[in-house]
Design a binder for this molecule. Structure first.
Ligand code: GUN
Length: 294
């Protein structure tokens, strides 16, 4: 018996991208400003190449300027930092994104710290993270922001609910837990991680489960309370000889068993992924608006 509803991230992303494209047109017409995003990719990690290609395409479709900077894996940290600093001073660029992960010899911290906070549309700099934590104006990190929008789109009123987040990464787990606990959303939040002895003890009581652990089958249907909303952030490649590329994508939740118990669930692909890119465009438009309005 399949009772759960698929949360269509592509549909929500399309709705928001229409609004963003309208915003870009208005900003061009009223202020003569075209939002510009610089995307830096170091090396040729296949997953990163496909993310970056999708970001550039989305940027162009919304009417923004997209500057693609592809660099060899051997580039030094100092050279990369110098490129970022040059973009900080480039007035046609309103957002800078350095695709992670970076090659091992480069400190991600050093590179992220070099991005000017007012161009940090990923919301990764310590200044933005700090502002988010204390409720000041900032760029919200894209995937966590997209997750909040997806839960709202599912029809669930987050206020007063118990949300369980599985995974404590700086990109997803920690910030999404912080956003869910803000006064606006008012959820009670449990953050589970590799040190949690029995994750199902918490998920069985959860109205919302966000799974961002980086492993398939982290969440199964028997771990859920009936009717829970499940947001699956995982993107895992599983070998599959029947597919043209030789693999298929699965999330961190076992979709088949979770779908039978959940009230609503995001698919992989087509759930969180399109929303991450959409919120990046949202932040880039916001950054350009701030510049245009002084
Ligand atoms: N790598 C995986 N997700 C992201 C993201 O949202 N932004 C950047 N810059 N790198 C990533």
């Amino acid at each position: 018996m399949n009772s759960s509803k698929i949360i269509d991230g592509k549909q929500l992303a399309a709705n928001l991208r229409k609004e963003i494209a309208d915003g870009v047109s208005r900003l061009k017409a009223d202020k003569g400003v075209t939002p510009g995003l610089a995307v830096i990719l170091v090396g040729e990690n296949p997953a990163s190449v496909s993310y970056v290609t999708a970001k550039e395409k989305a940027c162009a479709e919304s009417g923004m300027l997209s500057r693609e900077i592809r660099l060899p894996a051997e580039i030094s940290e100092a050279e990369l930092v110098a490129i970022v600093k040059k973009l900080n001073d480039d007035t046609v660029i309103h957002g800078i994104l350095v695709q992670l992960p970076l090659p091992k010899h480069i400190s991600e911290k050093a590179v992220i710290n070099a991005i000017a906070p007012e161009k940090d549309v990923d919301g990764f700099t310590p200044v933005n993270v700090g502002r988010m934590m204390i409720g000041e104006e900032c760029f919200l990190p894209c995937t966590p922001h997209g997750i909040i929008k997806l839960i709202e789109f599912s029809g669930m009123d987050i206020r007063g609910k118990h949300a369980v987040v599985i995974g404590r990464s700086n990109i997803v787990g920690k910030p999404v837990a912080a956003l869910l606990a803000r006064r606006e959303t008012n959820a009670t939040v449990t953050l589970c991680h590799t040190g949690t002895p029995d994750v199902s003890h918490f998920t069985k009581d959860a109205d919302i489960v966000v799974v961002a652990a980086g492993h398939p089958n982290t969440l199964t249907g028997d771990m859920l309370k009936p009717g829970a909303v499940v947001i699956d952030v995982g993107v895992n490649r599983i070998p599959d000889a029947t597919r043209p590329k030789g693999f298929r994508l699965v999330g961190d939740a076992d979709f088949e068993s979770c779908e039978k118990v959940a009230g609503a669930i995001t698919p992989v692909p087509g759930g969180v992924g399109p929303m991450t890119i959409t919120m990046l465009l949202w932040n880039t438009l916001e950054s350009a608006r701030r510049v245009a309005n002084g």
